[in-house]
Write a protein that binds this ligand. Structure first.
Ligand SMILES: [Zn+2]
Length: 347
């Protein structure tokens, strides 16, 4: 897909930033970023009213209400550009895991706001093998001659990377907790092993003390000069061995006193989690923004609600009740009483 890009595509040939995060467990994470390979968009896609066949996304404050939606009319005012980026997220520790995710995120190039509705359309419709939406895709140039500044594009893609990481944050935390537990138990094991070793040293030293005692008795009770020399040599040998073991034991005890800092650091470093995100591919999407007019009613009474709307994204703004200015939501949908439009709050 990267062979022979058209001049237009080459114009927005950019280098992508890979966000690399390293988690020490438990010390706080550090953040590395590095520049990565270049990439080109896979076509352009224009999301228009005609393409969606007037299949509008009704906001919950209208669909959850007790009124009928008789009609909806969209008036496009202008086009906005978004980037749908596919981000690969690798989570790995040096020792055990490697988990990969592929997340699709669409970000408006201007506001950097996410537009989940557009992602949904692209993933469900455009990339579905049975789709008849492919007519909306154009190679390279597309719906206009406008080019996106490469830094604008990079910013949008980086915003997409961050959003994608946020999407899998729960998984990352879960893996991190699990790696942390693995590090804890490995360190615990090390401590127990050292405890055992210290015990062994104490036993060995006690036995050496006994043997030294015996060697002294042998020296005192030697019957010949040769026997005495041999016993002296033996005692010296045991003494040297004891001193050696004592030095080793002291070192072990010193490490214990220090809380096995070095070992702890090594273990936790080995279990640290690395999260790498890399944009794999992206598509440029233009989508129409404008206003939608909903005709709503109960029985024979009707009213009209107008609100900013974008194809693919749905209602783009928070909307307040005309009557009481309370924000409309799933919990506070619009309502109608005696031909008067309001919300649950005021009617
Ligand atoms: Zn109200």
């Amino acid at each position: 897909m990267r062979s022979k890009p058209t001049p237009q595509i080459r114009a927005i040939w950019i280098s992508l930033v890979s966000v690399r995060e390293l988690w020490e467990i438990p010390p706080p994470r550090t953040l590395n970023s590095s520049r990565l390979s270049v990439s080109v968009p896979v076509g352009r896609f224009a999301l228009t009213d005609s393409l969606t066949d007037s299949d509008y996304r009704y906001p919950p404050w209208i669909s959850k209400g007790d009124i009928e939606i008789d009609d909806a009319t969209f008036s496009p005012y202008y086009d906005r550009t978004a980037v749908c980026v596919f981000v690969r997220i690798d989570i790995e520790t040096v020792s055990e895991y490697q988990t990969q995710f592929l997340e699709a995120v669409t970000v408006d190039t201007k506001s950097k706001d996410r537009i989940p509705g557009v992602t949904e359309i692209l993933v469900d419709e455009l990339f579905s093998p049975t789709t008849d939406w492919r007519g909306g895709v154009t190679e390279g140039g597309g719906t206009g001659d406008e080019t996106i500044a490469s830094d604008t594009l990079t910013d949008a893609i980086v915003a997409g990377q961050k959003a994608a990481t946020k999407d899998v944050q729960e998984k990352i935390d879960e893996i991190r907790r699990s790696a942390s537990r693995a590090a804890d138990s490995e360190f615990q094991e090390h401590r127990q092993l050292q405890e055992q070793r210290i015990n062994d040293y104490h036993n060995e030293l006690a036995s050496l003390s006994n043997r030294l005692q015996n060697a002294s008795t042998d020296i005192d009770g030697a019957n010949s000069q040769q026997q005495r020399v041999e016993a002296l040599e033996k005692r010296q040998e045991l003494k040297t061995k004891k001193e050696g073991l004592q030095a080793e034991l002291e070192e072990l005890l010193h490490e214990k006193e220090q809380g096995y800092t070095q070992k702890r650091r090594d273990i936790y470093r080995r279990h640290a989690i690395e999260v790498n995100t890399q944009p794999i591919t992206f598509t440029i999407v233009t989508y129409e923004r404008g206003e939608i007019e909903f005709s709503v009613g109960t029985g024979d009474r009707t009213a009209v609600v107008r609100t900013p709307y974008a194809i693919g994204a749905g209602v783009t703004n928070e909307v307040q009740c005309d009557n009481c200015h309370t924000q409309l939501s799933t919990e506070n949908p619009i309502s109608m009483r005696a031909g008067r439009l309001g919300c649950q709050n005021c009617l």
